[in-house]
Design a protein around this ligand. Structure first.
Ligand SMILES: CC(C)(COP(=O)(O)OP(=O)(O)OC[C@H]1O[C@@H](n2cnc3c(N)ncnc32)[C@H](O)[C@@H]1OP(=O)(O)O)[C@@H](O)C(=O)NCCC(=O)NCCS
Length: 213
């Protein structure tokens, strides 16, 4: 008997390929999801296949088609831009779809840590004791999050990011590849820490910083 839940991936871009790969790795361990479609608004990404799954058009078009087939899918939003991801998630929820987290089997999540709905944890991530990962947060390959850190909804940590213990990362903040934030520091909502940047101080809301700060 097949127990996989029907899954829609939203956003036919490079990150969708990584999500599809991770879903495949999850399924090898435990049958979890069947990718039934990949949604995108772009006219040139509405027919054919992407990452081995059929392209099904915008969320609303796909939702109407699936509803006619009595399928209520779960969804994972693979839109990399944090602000756009938030907007697209609202449309998927409006369609009545259920958010699904996608977590690579190699990710380590401490027993006391919590990962909210719709989040992504790529291969090699480590989420330590009592960490909170917000809804629709995106942790790419080999991100480590130290004890008691709190990451808000729609945060994105690119490959190799180091979030230290007790840090607070506000909603929609972006940490570029190999960025580091030292313990207890905070990033405000929608702030940006550039690739390779090390933050020794708090970063105010909506501020972008690069190099050593
Ligand atoms: C911080 C960031 C968002 C800024 O992007 P941007 O607004 O387009 O900025 P620009 O590329 O125009 O760069 C502006 C200046 O900052 C410098 N700069 C940009 N990012 C930098 C970084 N991470 N470290 C050091 N300097 C940086 C540029 O060299 C440029 O300097 P100049 O004014 O002396 O020429 C971007 O550079 C970045 O680091 N993004 C993360 C990318 C990433 O990790 N991707 C992984 C995807 S999985």
């Amino acid at each position: 008997m097949m127990n996989e839940r029907p899954l829609i991936i939203i956003g036919a871009g490079g990150f969708a390929k990584e999500v599809a790969w991770t879903v495949g790795r999850m399924n090898m361990r435990t049958p979890t999801f069947k990718v039934v479609g990949i949604c995108d608004d772009a006219a040139e990404r509405q027919r054919g296949e992407w990452a081995g799954a059929p392209l099904t058009g915008p969320v609303e078009v796909t939702a109407a088609r699936l509803a006619a087939e009595s399928v209520c899918p779960c969804f994972h939003c693979a839109v990399g831009d944090n602000f756009k991801r938030k907007a697209v998630v609202a449309r998927a929820l409006q369609a009545g779809w259920v958010p699904a987290s996608v977590i690579d089997p190699s990710a380590l999540v401490a027993p006391g840590a919590r990962v909210a709905e719709g989040a992504y944890l790529g291969a090699g991530c480590v989420v330590s004791a009592d960490v909170r990962i917000g809804a629709y947060a995106l942790l790419n390959f080999q991100v480590t999050v130290g004890h008691d850190a709190v990451l808000g909804a729609y945060v994105q940590a690119c490959p190799g990011v180091r979030v230290s213990g007790w840090c607070e990362i506000g909603e929609g903040a972006l940490l570029g590849s190999n960025a580091v934030i030292v313990q207890t520091r905070k990033m405000g909502a929608w702030s940006v820490l550039g690739a390779g940047t090390v933050a020794f101080r708090d970063i105010p809301e909506k501020e972008t910083v690069v190099r050593l700060v």
